[in-house]
Design a protein around this ligand. Sequence first.
Ligand code: GLC
Length: 800
Amino acid sequence: MQVETSSSKYGAKHYPDNIREWKKEGNYFCFYTTETILEIRVIADKIIRFRYAADGTFQRDFSYATSDTMQESPITFGIKEWEETFEIFTDALRVFIARDNLRITISDKDGKVINQDEMGFHWQHYLLKGGKIQYCSKLVQEGECFYGLGDKPTELNLRGKRLENFGTDAYGFQKDTDPLYRNIPFYYGLHHGIGYGIFFDNTFRTIFDFGKEREDACSFWARGGEMNYYFIYGPELLEVAESYTKITGTPELPPLWALGYHQCRWSYYPDTRVKEIAAEFRKRRIPCDVIYLDIDYMEGFRCFTWNKEWFPDPAGLIKELAAEGFKVVVIIDPGIKVDPEYAVYQEGMKNNYFCKRADGALMEGDVWPGKCVFPDYTNPEVRDWWSSLFKSLAETGVRGVWNDMNEPAVFEMGTFPEDVRHDYDGEEVSHRKAHNIYGHLMSKATAAGMKKYLMPNRSFLITRSCYSGAQRWSSVWTGDNVSSWEHLWLATVQCQRLAVSGISFTGSDIGGFIGEPDGELYTRWIQLATFHPLMRTHSASNETGFNQEPWSFGPDYEKVVNKFITLRYKLLPYLYTTFWQYATHGTPMLRPLAFVAQQDTTAHNCTHEFMFGDALLISHVSEQGMKEKAVYLPAGNWYYFWNDKKYTGAQEVTVPTPLEEMPLFVKAGAVLPQYPEMQYTHETPVTEMLLHVYYGEQEVKSSLYEDAGDHYGYKNGQYNVIRFKQHSTPQQFHLKKKFYINYETAYKNHRIIVHGLPFQPTVVIIDGQKTVLSAENLQADNTVSFVVERSFEEIIMNKE
Ligand code: GLC
């Protein structure tokens, strides 16, 4: 019999008893107690999967999160039997399973405890709903910090918090509002310098308690499904992040234009207004690549239609905008208007594609168009149909789609009632199991359609709701935020958190969606967003007529806003390289300080500072009227971006914050590639690539990735990876380069700009050839600048 210890309105809690039998098959092990089975699967040396069949029967092993490309690659593993435990070992880990209660202790090879069950797995009948609540509790280790969980608008370190995943249309959310839009049941633990992660792959409502209810316990549970989690060992947190994306996948490279600046509003209409906005960008010479059409472009909010009065010639409009370098992204919601005259409704009805209630009636609810029905995206046939609907949008010239309201949001009801039925790829489940993947699968189907019809071009997608793994096909934004300074802070924590939760391609509505920012707040927000992978202004200023464009706050602010958007474009090669690192290795593009300096406990609770890629450290200006800001720099040497002043890390430094600057540091030794100024991506072929090299005495590696910025040639090897290594001394500057080149760039030369050289060179030696430097090469700002052929391999400058 299972041991029953406590009871509540849900019924007694059940705990596994002692192990009666065990078996090993391939890379998995099963342990049998009287009723419960534990399956442990060695996925890789550092990734172990735990699954529990509470009462002896496993459910279908099926996941919407895991990537098809996930490979189980255990190398060395085995089992040992001890008196009180079994031990499964790999090259990196030792997993102990207690014989008398299945409790787990995981240590590293040296026996240092990484993670340990408190009560471990236990379960409880969910009497009201006829299922089981699946729990797992772990001991909180001394000094342990917790990170991850997607978009939670709260401090980065989650210690002492309790949070849940249940996709919610959280209009005007505030600090600590929970749950929000996304469902990412993945967290990190960090203690004694050791980092690990736990991904609880369960689509029911999941709850995580990081020592809130009981200080010494970290527990997570779901109101149904199976206790099914992956334990991921680092010890580096960044390595955990990378392994998590080995399980849940990484994206393809986005079109380069999607990394440019996006302008959005609810809504720009009619077409003449859209053109005016576009023209204004070009007239004022403020770079921009993307304009969005929110719900008003449609005919009565019917998806896949155009309002004939406001947009009589959508293809013509899009073509005209394209000629000026703009791409158009349109919104598509899941609610399909109940209208017998409307083709999408007719087709869906005819084929039984819409969600139904338990009694067979259609799931109907009000959203923007009025009464709507909702496709059941959990049905693969419906997903194919949905994908096919994007043909006409793609043919019209639309290059990206924005999926919204897909928590799913329903006015008044909030979301679907629990009895709504879903196919769940053949399983037939209630909404309790499908809620958290509704928007996930909508966006998956949208992405598949757009990719197919835009071939050979790359497409772009942004979604509001999703589950773990959606990074494979979509970007996200943080939802309906507010024009306030607190929300500027929320934007920084949310984007950092999303990035370490697998979803780097993220941004917030710049300036705030609800309310009206003043020029200062808008400018500070633009500054932060310059360093967010997705940079989009959006506002709900439809009714008030308030304008939220870069020029809306007067010339002084416009100038600074323009300076930062321009900087964004200059940094595109660096940003694209950072995206490539993410796409190939899963490395988060935004890295909280705890993730880059995990041995340094001061870094563990930093929320303002983060790394953007390998070389840039950002801290945003977080208060109105702020004249200076204290910034914590992790160990190492740093340059202040705006004046090349050198700083030593492992300390807090204070920098002035006039409106036109924000705290921005470059890691000493780094190479920061930059484009010349441009108004939009691919405006003209780039004929010179700048390499800003920051003198450093520790060996630092940097890279530059390049490809066509569109199409899929890169998948056939048409790209360049250029690797730099700088290791200089006070007597000698030394930069080495290695490369894989298989893509023809328009530029043939690099302009090298060396910052912070501690001596004045007279000669530069490029691949052994001496060139005398003239006064022209020695800049007033103390940089040394010269042009070299793209094929150079080594640069040396000596102190004489
Ligand atoms: C939702 C979205 C918002 C959009 C609005 C109208 O509130 O979150 O971004 O503008 O709907 O479509």
